[in-house]
Design a protein around this ligand. Structure first.
Ligand code: NDP
Length: 285
């Protein structure tokens, strides 16, 4: 048996079409959904991410305001000042500070300074706390995208055994929380997990967010499992692979996301959805 592919590109197009419609409704009320993007330094990967976000925003009618700052000369204090201005600006619906920030900048302080009502990445403690309480405002974009892909695969997490591999604040932990809220029985694995193969073998839903190429072997996967591969790893030959051995998993998984073309496109779509949700709140007054 060969696993069904969960097509993140197609799913993201559907999400973006919904966003475009909602943007149109905001614009008709005189509110142009606006995302402020802050990029410090010249990290090539960050530049690509920021460019892609800008393009996607333009596609759906979201305005962007770019703040590109040199690493040298930008201090924690100057960045805090910019974030405070953007937080106070009525016309800005979302603030995105592209991570990682250069090491001399206190990233935690900067993220904490973003108005939680404009924190479209969903990383502010206020938003993570709301998620924990079951009162989400902005859900972090990657885990939100993973949940949508599970839904697209026709899988209801309720009562199922789910394993999240990875416990980062931006992916693993919120992912576990979302699966819990959807009534899955959730296990979280990490670098100190003793027998990862055994944990993987039990999971009906597997979400891999580690950052190690193909570390989850196909033969570990429970037959019929739904596999969401968040990992993006570049190999020496330039190709991209996930955290799951995709070829090996095809014969055991019931459904699986490819890399690229799985979770990645959903992350940007989730960001756009968060921006329009914020603009809708502004439009309601
Ligand atoms: P982090 O490095 O912050 O977290 C990695 C996690 O993996 C940690 O919790 C770590 O455990 C765990 N881990 C490391 N080694 C092992 C191991 N041998 N067995 C089990 N767990 C292990 O990464 P992120 O969460 O930020 O990202 C994870 C991956 O997802 C990366 O490849 C990243 O590029 C990708 N990503 C993709 C996105 C997309 O849009 N598709 C968006 C965001 C990330 P411990 O806590 O114990 O150290």
């Amino acid at each position: 048996m060969s696993a069904r592919l969960i097509d993140g590109k197609a799913a993201s197009k559907r999400v973006l079409a919904e966003v475009r419609e909602r943007v149109g409704a905001c614009t008709a009320k005189g509110v142009t959904p606006t995302l402020a993007v802050v990029l410090v330094g010249d990290d090539p990967a960050s530049q690509v991410y920021v460019r892609n976000k800008g393009r996607r925003a333009a596609d759906v009618g979201i305005a962007t305001r770019d703040h590109r700052l040199p690493a040298e000369g930008t201090t924690t204090a100057s960045l805090l000042q910019l974030v405070a201005e953007l937080s106070a600006d009525r016309e800005v619906d979302g603030i995105l500070v592209q991570l990682p920030l250069p090491p001399h900048i206190d990233a935690d302080a900067v993220l904490l300074a973003i108005d939680p009502a404009k924190d479209v990445d969903g990383f502010h403690p206020d938003n993570l706390g709301r998620l924990m309480l079951g009162q989400p405002r902005f859900v972090p974009c990657t885990p939100a995208g993973c949940m949508r892909l599970i839904e697209e695969a026709g899988v209801d997490p309720s009562g199922k055994g789910a394993l999240v591999v990875g416990r980062s604040t931006i992916v693993g932990k919120p992912m576990a929380q979302l699966l819990l809220a959807a009534n899955a029985t959730v296990t979280v694995a990490h670098s100190r997990t003793v027998d990862l193969a055994q944990e993987v073998g039990r999971a009906e839903i597997l979400v891999a967010a580690v950052g190690r190429p193909r570390m989850i072997r196909g033969e570990w996967i429970r037959p019929g499992a739904t596999v969401i591969d968040v990992g993006i790893n570049r190999l020496d030959d330039g190709s991209l692979v996930g955290d799951v051995d995709f070829e090996g998993a095809l014969s055991s998984a019931g459904a699986i996301t490819p890399v690229p073309g799985g979770v990645g496109p959903m992350t940007i779509a989730g960001l756009m959805r968060n921006v329009v949700a914020s603009a809708e709140r502004r439009a309601r007054g």
